[in-house]
Design a protein. Sequence first.
Length: 137
Amino acid sequence: MKSIRVTILLFTATVFLFGCAGMSKEQSGQGLGSIVGAIVGYNLGKGHKDQGWAIGLGALYGAAIGANIGQQLDERDKELANEAFQDSLENKKVGAVSSWNNPDTGHTGTTTPTRTYTADSGSPCREFTTTVLIGGE
């Protein structure tokens, strides 16, 4: 349950980041990327004495990647991507793809759950892959 609460908290933070007036696409992407990167770093460093470093480096790399992607995505792209992400993790079976497509920009993406498991704490967890294609790349 703690894992779900953390995920909800992070999504709430993300919504606030995207909703900030005056925040550029790059800044929104950077904020979201740092959150996702920190989560990835946390999971990769789990149980290791240097987990703090893994979280920090994950956040830095995530911020850099997120800023790059954020520069190129408009608000509708982000809405569609978030809807597909939520649908995938909440409703899809492992291997089932949730896709999004913005015909105005030509940007597309997918999210696919790759594993569902119960953490040692008893919390339900999901691993996933996500892709975003900007200009076909």
